[in-house]
Write a protein that binds this ligand. Structure first.
Ligand code: PXL
Length: 274
């Protein structure tokens, strides 16, 4: 038997214990896809900040810095550094130190700042830090709100056309290495638009339900699929398909603040399915 080492991903996100987002969904998704997820929490929260009241919160930058030193002492090497929600602007330092420590890792940055044209609670001071991270990343994956924030453009009042989406992605691609704008509503579809070596669009029928954490689920499947050697367009398609599946398996009567019921469909990611 020939052993194949799992790919190792350093996940620099918060851990929201309940509400199905952040490391709570990213780690199981990456594991199901055969990768080793190493959690580097930017903060520990009892829930996310999107509709479950005021969460208990433990912010720490020093924990992450010490953890990075420890992994360096161990001689660990990461195949990928995947960052998202920062709890403090100083958390930027964690991502930068990780980039310096493991320069050959694939750097995926999700500039988690807001959704639906609004900033998430507590994100008011985080834009400069996200910008710095995105400048050094190989792939940046904003939603439309985050794309507008990065570009200092107002959030569009009306649905964006394919042409506008293309222009926004191209503008970001002029600033960053490769960009994928995710989850944009166009007519009956939810579209992700990629621009880097190639331009492409991935479409799924929108399901008229929205949940916190779907960006993290999308990002985790995208990361896992890229690490399996898929092209960005194929990885984005797999991610859109998984999120759509997970929403379809969620009781529409359930409180959306607790996120999508992705657990019953996690098995779809196993055994090289994607
Ligand atoms: O899924 C993004 C996210 C991550 N972490 C926390 C959040 C959110 C979105 O609301 O509140 C704490």
């Amino acid at each position: 038997m020939k052993y194949q080492a799992p790919k190792t991903v350093l996940c620099i996100h918060d851990l929201s214990a309940m509400g199905r987002c952040s490391i709570a969904v990213i780690a199981p998704v990456l594991s199901a896809m055969g990768h080793q997820a190493v959690a580097l929490p930017t903060a520990l929260l009892s829930t996310h900040t999107g509709g479950l009241g005021k969460p208990a919160r433990l912010n720490s930058n020093s924990f992450g810095l010490e953890a990075i030193r420890h992994y360096q002492q161990l001689g660990v090497s990461f195949d990928c550094i995947y960052s998202g929600y920062l709890a403090l602007p100083e958390n930027q330092q964690l991502v930068m130190e990780a980039y310096d420590a493991w320069p050959d890792a694939l750097k995926i940055a999700d500039p988690v700042l807001g959704d639906g044209g609004r900033l998430y609670s507590g994100m008011e001071d985080m834009l400069p830090a996200m910008r710095q991270i995105c400048l050094r990343a190989d792939l940046v994956t904003p939603n439309l709100t985050e794309a507008c924030l990065l570009l200092e453009k107002p959030f569009p009042k009306e649905e964006v056309s394919q042409e506008t989406l293309k222009e926004l992605t191209q503008a970001l691609s002029g600033m960053y290495r490769e960009t994928l704008i995710t989850g944009v509503r166009q007519g009956r579809d939810l579209v992700s638009f990629g621009c880097g070596e190639q331009e492409f669009a991935v479409r799924r029928l929108a399901l008229d339900r929205s949940y916190p954490g779907t960006g993290d689920l999308f990002g985790a499947v995208l990361t896992g699929a890229l690490l399996r050697g898929n092209a960005l367009s194929a990885a984005a398609d797999a991610a859109a398909g998984f999120v759509s599946d997970a929403i379809k398996h969620t009781d529409p009567a359930a409180d959306p603040a607790y996120g999508v019921w992705f657990e019953p469909v996690l098995g779809h990611l196993c055994n090289g399915g994607i």
